[in-house]
Design a protein around this ligand. Structure first.
Ligand SMILES: CC(C)(COP(=O)(O)OP(=O)(O)OC[C@H]1O[C@@H](n2cnc3c(N)ncnc32)[C@H](O)[C@@H]1OP(=O)(O)O)[C@@H](O)C(=O)NCCC(=O)NCCS
Length: 176
């Protein structure tokens, strides 16, 4: 018998109810912030989903761009029964790949699951390091005084700088 495995793909409008219900359930557990249907609809273009063979949404997560340089990872959630199977990692890897394809300098997230994001290669930072997010959302957020979320960030430019620096040094040595 052929066993069909979950598929990772871009989210479609038809996935919106499944995404909304998944995020609502995880938010009800107090593990993430809720997202309104309108918010998800607006951000749909940047979302990835993992679906079962019947099209049920098992996991989701999206990129929300801030200008040319950075994007926020939002709405990362995995169904309770599918957690611990690598689906969260598949979503994060795909989103980081999407950010690289868009030539972004960095991706960041606000999260209650700091250990998970650290495992995915993110570093803990502070709100001063994500002024674009603070200006867009945090300033007007009614939960700001009691916010428990931690900012985490992944730089996407370090490798390029590392490759470039030695070449420049060698060139200087040759002409000097
Ligand atoms: C956090 C969440 C997305 C993780 O998804 P998942 O599919 O269970 O995680 P994976 O199976 O892909 O785990 C990947 C790695 O992260 C580790 N990991 C997963 N959850 C973790 C956690 N809460 N703390 C520390 N490490 C964690 C796993 O052990 C695994 O490590 P490994 O590579 O050494 O094996 C999922 O538990 C979830 O949906 N939580 C509720 C919503 C939420 O917290 N969203 C976070 C954004 S706000």
């Amino acid at each position: 018998m052929v066993r069909l495995s979950p598929t990772l793909r871009w989210a479609r409008a038809a996935d919106l109810p499944g995404m909304a219900s998944l995020i609502r359930e995880q938010a009800a557990h107090g593990r993430m912030l809720p997202r309104s249907a309108g918010e998800l609809h607006q951000a749909l273009d940047g979302f990835r989903v993992v679906v079962d063979p019947y099209g049920g949404v098992l996991a989701c997560g999206g990129l929300r761009c801030y200008g040319p340089g950075s994007a926020e990872i939002i709405g990362v959630a995995v169904q309770d029964h599918s957690q611990g199977l690598g689906l969260g990692r598949r979503i994060i890897d795909a989103l980081v790949g999407d950010a690289r394809a868009r030539k972004l300098d960095r991706v960041f997230a606000l999260t209650l699951e700091v250990a998970f994001f650290r495992r995915m290669g993110f570093d803990v930072t502070d709100f001063a390091a994500i002024p674009e997010k603070v200006a867009r959302d945090c300033v007007a957020c009614p939960f700001r005084p009691t916010c428990r979320e931690t900012p985490v960030v992944m730089s996407l430019v370090q490798e390029a700088v590392g490759r470039w620096t030695p070449r420049r040094t060698r060139h200087r040595t040759l002409v000097g």
